[in-house]
Design a protein. Structure first.
Lengths: 401, 73
């Protein structure tokens, strides 16, 4: 029998033999593309999952110490590239891939991871306006973290020099590739140990893959923890990275970041000259107010003016007097005319008028009552007859009816 | 310590406001005016003397040091 010639393995021996064959062969250090399913993030920190395609599936394990470097949290359905080594799990006799590294497969997946991290950090409050630090109005030293090559540094320095030259501390930083995220974190942390009062974190435009370092959580956390305010200037105007949301201020371009960081020298010079004008105008006004008060007071005690005033007063008094006199005379004339008129009327009805026309008036004495009737008088009564120019005293001798 | 440009500017604005408000004695206004004009001179001097000085920060074994950096390369 064949098996007698070949010998008989125990299950364990066989498994070990298979394992040995598999693990010493070409199945180490391989990249495999697939979609994640049955993902379990175990409490031990190890991650268990399957990657599959249309026709096959492969069990995977990612130990905690490898998973620590993950730049996104794997999810069911994610398309990934995994790097690992084949292994056999002896107890169950299954082969599996020990995953050392996992990457998102394709731009679509990057966008998914971007959204995922963005949501997560938003939930954690990293984008909250409450955490935004105000930028200094007049920075004296600006930290610039960007690539030593490329136009970004040059653009920033040029704009700063033109607007308002200040001290600049440049820290060469990797902004693309595997180590970029860590390099950015290091730069932010290093600048936080210096006396710069604002940091510009810059990078030129690029694809989402190029800008990926700025979408990594460690970078976001470093920006969040920075004690110095950070202006994020990554990519072009239309590129938004996670950094832009966490940073205290987001600039559309590196040049714009430089413009935001410092005021414009010419504007400041204008502002100062406006202030100087205000000082001079106010002081002039103050002095001229005092001057006019002084001359006002001075003029009050000038003898010439006193004399002039005096003569003015005298003239005024004369005028008053004149007015009074002329007023009195006119009044008299009016009254006189009025009197004459009344007197005329009175004359017309007065008995004295009758006398002047040749009549006489008889009064009975001693009462001097007018005699109007024969009955008013008796014989021997004394009467007085008034004529125009005198009186005649008579005694009544006789009377007739 | 030398006061910053920002502080000078803020002080200058305060002085201009105060002077404009008036209601000051001659001595007070002259003193303020003199101080203001001095600040104007200082601010202008600071603006005029502002120079760009670029240094490069280097990390070495956890220590940081800086050296002059020629930006015109």
């Amino acid at each position: 029998m064949d098996f007698e010639k070949k010998g008989i393995y125990t299950v364990h021996e066989f498994t070990l033999a298979v394992k040995s064959t598999l693990t010493t062969g070409q199945f180490n250090d391989v990249w495999i593309r697939g979609e994640i399913s049955n993902f379990t993030n175990h409490s031990s920190g190890h991650r268990y999952f399957t990657i599959k395609d249309k026709n096959s599936q492969l069990s995977c394990i990612m130990f905690k110490w490898h998973g620590n470097n993950l730049r996104f949290e794997p999810e069911q359905g994610m398309k990934v590239l995994v790097l690992g080594d084949i292994d056999v799990y002896e107890q169950r006799g299954v082969y599996q891939l020990k995953v050392r590294e996992m990457r998102l497969d394709g731009v679509g997946e990057l966008y998914k991871a971007y959204e995922q991290l963005k949501n997560k950090l938003a939930m954690e409050g990293l984008f909250s306006p409450d955490h935004k630090k105000p930028l200094p109005g007049f920075p004296t030293k600006i930290g610039v973290a960007t690539s030593p090559t490329g136009a970004v540094l040059h653009d920033i320095l040029t704009v700063l020099k033109r607007r308002y030259p200040v001290n600049i501390l440049f820290i060469p930083t990797l902004v693309q590739g595997e180590s970029a995220a860590q390099s950015i974190v290091n730069s932010i942390e290093a600048l936080n140990r210096t006396d710069v009062d604002v940091i510009i974190l810059g990078r030129g435009g690029g694809s989402i893959e190029d800008l990926w370092a700025f979408n990594e959580e460690i970078v976001a956390q470093a920006i969040f923890k920075s004690r110095i305010p950070i202006i994020s200037a990554v990519g072009h105007e239309t590129d938004y990275t996670i950094c832009d949301f966490v940073a205290d201020v987001r600039a559309p371009t590196p040049s714009a970041a430089a413009e935001i960081a410092v005021p414009q020298r010419q504007e400041l010079a204008n502002q100062i000259s406006r202030l100087r004008d205000r000082l001079i105008d106010s002081e002039k006004r103050c002095l001229s107010d005092l001057q006019s008060r002084i001359s006002e007071l001075e003029s009050g005690v000038d003898p010439r003016l006193l004399l002039e005033r005096l003569t003015q007063y005298m003239q005024y008094i004369d005028e008053l007097a004149q007015m009074q006199t002329s007023g009195f005379g006119r009044l008299l004339e009016v009254k006189q005319a009025l009197l004459d008129a009344h007197a005329g009327k009175l004359n017309a009805i007065s008995p004295l008028g009758t006398l002047s026309r040749g009549y006489s008036i008889t009064l009975k004495l001693p009462q001097k009552t007018p005699v109007r009737s024969i009955a008013d008088i008796e014989i021997s009564d004394e009467i007085s007859i008034i004529v125009n120019d005198g009186k005649i005293k008579c005694v009544v001798n006789d009377k007739e009816e | 310590m030398e006061i910053s440009f920002e502080e000078s500017l803020t002080e200058l604005e305060g002085i201009a406001d105060k002077l404009e408000l008036g209601q000051l004695s001659l001595d007070e206004s002259l003193l303020l005016f003199e101080k203001g004009i001095k600040l104007v001179r200082e601010c202008n001097m600071k603006l005029k003397n502002a120079r760009q000085n670029v240094e490069k920060l280097i990390l070495e074994n956890g220590d940081i040091k800086s050296e002059p950096f020629d930006a015109q390369e």
